[in-house]
Design a binder for this molecule. Structure first.
Ligand code: 2PG
Ligand code: MG
Length: 395
């Protein structure tokens, strides 16, 4: 693959915020659009504005134009040679990732492959991809909504067990059922929604939405194929060593007890992401020790898709979220995945709250054999990722 031209243009994400599309000419034109997060870990790769990204792309073009690359790793190493900082502050994490994904598409095209086939061959040759669990955020709180919920995401988790289409169908009907019930209970005809398409309402406390989700799953008799998960995104409500939670300042221990109480009262709850702030490492350690046998304790802000952070999170979590734009190249994302596997951790490939129509993460999930994918509510712009999932997992 020979690099001919590189450019950047502004596009809008699902929140209407400006982000970038990287345009890359090799045999033909390829591109990649980059999503953005609202709750971001401190270790995440930098995000350049479209104007800064354009300048950066011009500089990268000067260095790479006319160069030939035989593999994605080789291309990404050339990017890393231009910027080896862990947050990609020189060329911009979003610029680097756009180039890396577009290059993956260009390489796949030249080999007459799907992007997931290219990734699979280059990074995960031995992996057989099982159908992933579908983590679907149906009640939005925290930084993704203007409600009183401190916890950011309440998710239905569908287990496709051999029937992905059926699982997506059931997920859609459960999500609608939840909407109908909320409308009836609140006596309203319309429901506000948060950034990821989940309903965004006030509740009497942070446990109530979980109890409601469990009730619906059970009433529909779907307790064998559906379970529940949380993303607390707790860094967002951590202030000076305390958690501002359910109307009071709580200690790590109190929050720890909240999760245990939730798991006891809502037995369908099996996974909690970022239960504590990223700097509250001892709280993670104590919680994993207590709950790690029966629950997934998942790092997101804590590990930020960096292999080294995942290595350091041994004993703190038994699962990780993987988001390519937290690290900035596809190769480093795959290294983070490899590290997680080495540590025996579950991996969940995830969207961001500000999404684009770019479906690359679905290809990544397929290639690495992700245990789960986190794609938002089955509605609106998020539907594109479910559809791509159906396509790449059924070819
Ligand atoms: C998260 C993500 C995606 P954001 O915290 O896991 O749901 O949110 O993109 O805002 O970081
Ligand atoms: Mg998260």
């Amino acid at each position: 693959m020979k690099v001919q031209k590189i450019g950047v243009r502004p596009v809008f994400d699902s929140r209407g915020k400006e982000t970038i599309e990287v345009v890359f000419r090799a045999k033909r034109i390829f591109s990649a659009k980059i999503p953005s997060g609202a709750s971001r870990g401190t270790g995440e790769a930098s995000v350049f504005t479209p104007a800064a990204a354009k300048k950066s792309a011009e500089k990268v073009q000067e260095k790479l134009r006319g160069k030939e690359f035989c593999s994605l790793r080789e291309f990404d190493l050339a990017l890393l040679a231009l910027d080896s900082s862990s947050r990609k502050e020189k060329i911009g994490g979003n610029v680097a990732l756009g180039l890396s994904i577009a290059a993956a598409r260009a390489l796949a095209f030249e080999k007459n492959q799907e992007p997931w086939e290219l990734l699979s061959e280059e990074f995960f040759p031995k992996v057989k991809a099982p159908l992933p669990l579908l983590f679907s955020n149906v009640i939005n709180g925290g930084a993704h909504a203007r409600s009183n919920l401190d916890l950011q995401e309440y998710m239905f988790v569908a287990d496709p067990s051999g029937d992905l289409l059926g699982a997506v169908r059931q997920l859609i009907s459960l999500y609608r059922e939840l909407g109908a019930l909320l409308k009836k209970e609140r006596r309203v005809t319309l429901l506000p929604r948060g950034d990821e398409g989940g309903y965004a309402l006030d509740f009497s406390n942070n446990l109530e939405p979980l109890e409601l989700l469990q009730r619906i799953v059970e009433e529909k008799g779907l307790g064998r194929t559906f379970s529940l998960a949380l993303d607390a995104a707790a860094s967002q409500f951590f202030r000076k060593g305390r958690y501002s939670f359910d109307g009071a300042l709580r200690t790590s221990q109190e929050l720890h007890e909240f999760y245990l109480h939730a798991a006891e009262n809502v037995p369908l709850l099996f996974s909690v992401e970022d239960p504590f702030a990223e700097q509250d490492r001892e709280a993670f350690r104590a919680f994993l020790k207590k709950a790690g046998k029966s629950m997934w304790v998942v790092g997101d802000d804590l590990t930020a898709t960096h292999a080294e952070e995942i290595r350091n999170a041994r004993g703190l979590v038994n699962g990780v979220i993987i988001k390519p734009n937290q690290v900035g190249t596809v190769t480093e994302t795959c290294e983070a995945l490899e590290e997680a596997r080495k540590q025996g951790m579950k991996v969940i490939v995830s969207h961001r709250s500000g999404e684009t129509s770019d479906q690359f993460i679905v290809h990544l999930a397929r290639a690495c054999g992700a245990d789960g994918v986190k794609l938002g509510a089955p509605a609106g712009e998020r539907m594109g990722k479910y559809n791509e999932l159906l396509r790449v997992y059924t070819v």
